[in-house]
Design a protein around this ligand. Structure first.
Ligand SMILES: Nc1ncnc2c1ncn2[C@@H]1O[C@H](COP(=O)(O)OP(=O)(O)O)[C@@H](O)[C@H]1O
Ligand SMILES: [Mg+2]
Length: 389
């Protein structure tokens, strides 16, 4: 049983920071064994974050700035990676998602997706091979290039007797539904924290509603909620993906959010996320949902979710219960995606992304020495087992 040490790196749509998670991965029969070595989140330097947000808004950023951002983000990722490698001693490879700055969907088809964080910078800093650019191959095969975390969710939730789901409450809320005897399904359910964060930044000058205190204090505005729930994205069948290209400040303004006070607006937005997720949960008769992502720390959002899920007879838990810390699940997912590519195995699940078939994802940048890939594994693992540090 060959053990490979992989460092997963990720910055999500919230652009809050670099999530890093290191794992020892090996296969045992049809089980992928993942031993957690440790995880951390390093906030982006404030000025760099501002530039990412500006680039993402599409406000006339040229190729020069995109190029500089690619390298500067890569430098920070490399620094974070080098720190982890120094602490752990040995790591075999880095799997880096980078930072999405553009994900363009046109009539349900993805025209392109761009993640920045130059892998050569990470390879130079660490001397390790780097697998990056995970989404583009799935997009080239007709898929959404998202949600890629579904490959881990599918392994995590395999073998249950009832339909269950994993929910990630990042900037966007995405769900993976696993039902016995059926191919897994995954899609972006709708906005997660992104609109909440926008409202907080604009009205309170803070990046998010710490603990969800204001969200919990507010009362949802029925008229605004009705407008937001009429969003055609929410009723579109999967596969589907979305992002800040859709859910931005202009989106809130067009819905008439300005007339609602901040606490009530936050409560309304939490209700929107909860209602969208609950609608999907009802549609697929899901009995239990394990949540992860920063939104788990918003008590108001979690209360709304728990209440709405209960209406569909579904229980809410967090991935902590499955042995995966809520703030590190996605970074571990990218460690798994890197490991799959390293072993010649497909990373995206076609039933989840809508791609024409399973594809080996990513581009590999050599480390200090020549690339020495292990022999490809004949078949992907069918389940996963996790153990703690
Ligand atoms: N302590 C907290 N209280 C409330 N919300 C939080 C807290 N910590 C994180 N969040 C929310 O989670 C978001 C980050 O979640 P994350 O899972 O990293 O999303 P992404 O994958 O989009 O980066 C923040 O922008 C914020 O909305
Ligand atoms: Mg994040």
């Amino acid at each position: 049983m060959t053990v490979v040490r992989v460092l997963g790196l990720l910055s999500g749509t919230s652009v809050d920071g670099v999530d890093a998670a290191a794992a020892e991965l090996s296969v045992d029969g049809d089980t992928l064994r993942l031993r957690r070595l440790g995880e951390l989140t390093v906030p982006w330097p404030v000025a760099l974050r501002e530039r990412v947000l500006a680039a993402r808004s599409g406000a006339g950023i040229g190729a020069g700035e995109l190029c500089r951002l690619d390298h500067e983000l890569g430098e920070v990722l490399g620094e974070v990676a080098a720190g982890v490698v120094a602490r752990l001693g040995t790591v075999d490879l880095v799997a880096s998602h980078g930072q999405t700055v553009h994900h363009e969907v046109d009539h349900g088809k993805v025209r392109g997706t761009l993640q920045l964080g130059q892998p050569a910078r990470i390879a130079e800093r660490t001397g390790l091979p780097v697998v990056a650019d995970f989404r583009v191959r799935d997009v080239a095969a007709g898929g959404q290039g998202a949600p890629l975390v579904s490959v881990l969710d599918q392994l995590l939730l395999a073998g249950r007797s009832q339909p269950v789901a994993a929910l990630n409450l990042g900037g966007i809320a995405n769900l993976t539904v696993v039902a016995p005897g059926e191919p897994a399904l995954a899609f972006d359910s709708g906005p997660g924290n992104t609109l909440l964060d926008l409202a907080m930044a604009r009205e309170a000058g803070e990046p998010y509603d710490a603990g969800g205190r204001r969200t919990a204090r507010g009362t949802a505005d029925p008229a605004l909620l009705a407008v937001l729930l009429a969003d055609p994205y929410l009723s579109r069948p999967p596969p589907k993906s979305t992002g800040q290209e859709r859910y931005h400040a202009g989106y809130l303004a067009a819905a008439g959010a300005a007339r609602v006070g901040l606490d009530d607006l936050l409560a309304t937005l939490a209700e929107l996320t909860a209602a969208a997720v609950a609608g999907d949960v009802g549609r697929y008769r899901v009995r239990r949902v394990w949540a992860s992502g920063g939104g788990v720390h918003n008590a108001g959002l979690m209360a709304a979710l728990r209440r709405r899920l209960a209406e569909h007879g579904a229980a809410l838990a967090t991935t902590d219960e499955l042995g995966l810390p809520v703030d590190a699940k996605e970074a571990y997912a990218f460690a798994v995606l890197g490991w799959l590519t390293w072993h010649g195995l497909p990373g995206a699940v076609p039933s989840c992304t809508g791609a024409a078939g399973p594809r080996i994802l990513g581009a590999v940048t050599p480390g200090a020495g020549p690339l020495r890939l292990p022999p490809p594994l004949p078949a992907p693992p069918r389940r996963a087992a996790f153990s703690g540090p």
